[in-house]
Design a protein around this ligand. Structure first.
Ligand code: HEM
Length: 265
């Protein structure tokens, strides 16, 4: 059979002619291209850049202002809590017979930067609670809970409850006098709730008395259950923000279409 000529290479696949040395600004150096090629390599196999573009390159309404950063600020407070929490968990022991208190004393007084990391986690928890309320206030006063964002508001309410649960369960962990008695009060308050209240306080205590089960239960809820739930719900929350876009401030008037403006004039 006669050999057919090979089809011509598409222009994009042809190697460009080498640039003259005097024009080379370094951007075309193989070392600079290496970084781009890794990103391209991953993208060709995952198409992740499409998702990133969908998430990040969005039009935002006119009048968007600093109050719109409160949600992201809350998210960064959460991430900071997650990172500092991992380091604290490397030393913490949920042992009510002195071990918990001693492990926290050790982190504070003896571990390199331990007091700093513990301080970030402790103050960061208050920062996150304040930010989540401010963010909720912003979405409420800007009417962002209305159609079609009701579901995102409901997810937000669950995120608010989970954030408060983080504060409540974290407060017991140092297991000093203040943590112990404040949590007894908190669990008793939970017990006064209608119908489910007594079951909830029994569940939190892990029995009728405060003890070893209570502390390890609070620790598991604090560092596994609730952060996992917050991370998952945050994914849904951000998906809906990207899908629906953000609300314009209530004082922003919609621009009239050109033909309507002309008809009025
Ligand atoms: C862990 C807590 C939370 C995090 C990390 C978080 C994060 C965010 C982020 C990053 C945005 C987009 C930017 C913005 O509008 O600020 C947003 C939007 C929104 N959030 Fe949250 N949020 C949290 C809790 C809440 C709560 C408690 C509510 C209400 C009960 C809520 C309701 C909303 C609504 C309705 C929007 C859409 C805003 C709009 O369309 O303009 N979020 N959230």
């Amino acid at each position: 059979m006669p050999k057919l000529p090979a089809p011509p290479l598409p222009a994009a696949l042809k190697e460009p002619p080498p640039r003259p040395r005097e024009q080379d600004d370094g951007a075309h150096h193989p070392a600079a291209a290496a970084g781009i090629n890794v990103v391209d390599w991953v993208d060709e196999r995952t198409s992740l850049s499409g998702g990133a573009r969908w998430m990040m390159y969005r039009k935002v309404p006119k009048g968007t202002n600093w109050f719109y950063t409160l949600g992201s600020a809350t998210m960064f407070a959460f991430l900071s809590q997650a990172v500092t929490g991992v380091f604290l968990a490397m030393y913490y022991r949920p042992d009510p017979a002195g071990g918990a208190y001693e492990s926290i004393r050790y982190v504070t007084n003896d571990v390199f930067l331990g007091q700093f990391v513990r301080g970030m986690h402790k103050w960061g928890s208050s920062v996150m609670v304040i930010l989540v309320f401010l963010h909720m206030g912003r979405t409420f006063f800007f009417g962002a809970y209305k159609y079609p964002r009701e579901l995102n508001w409901v997810i937000g309410v669950v995120l608010l409850i989970l954030t408060m649960t983080m504060s409540f369960t974290g407060y017991l962990l140092p297991f000093d006098q203040r943590a112990y008695w404040a949590t007894i009060v908190g669990v008793n308050i939970n017990g006064t709730g209608p119908l489910l209240g007594p079951y909830l306080s029994d569940f939190l205590r892990g029995g009728s008395e405060f003890g070893a089960t209570t502390l390890s239960r609070f620790y598991a809820i604090h560092m596994l259950l609730v952060p996992g739930a917050i991370a998952a719900l945050l994914g849904a929350h951000l998906y809906l923000v990207a899908k629906l876009g953000t609300t314009a401030p209530p004082w922003q008037k919609a621009e009239k279409r050109a033909e309507l403006r002309e008809a009025e004039a």
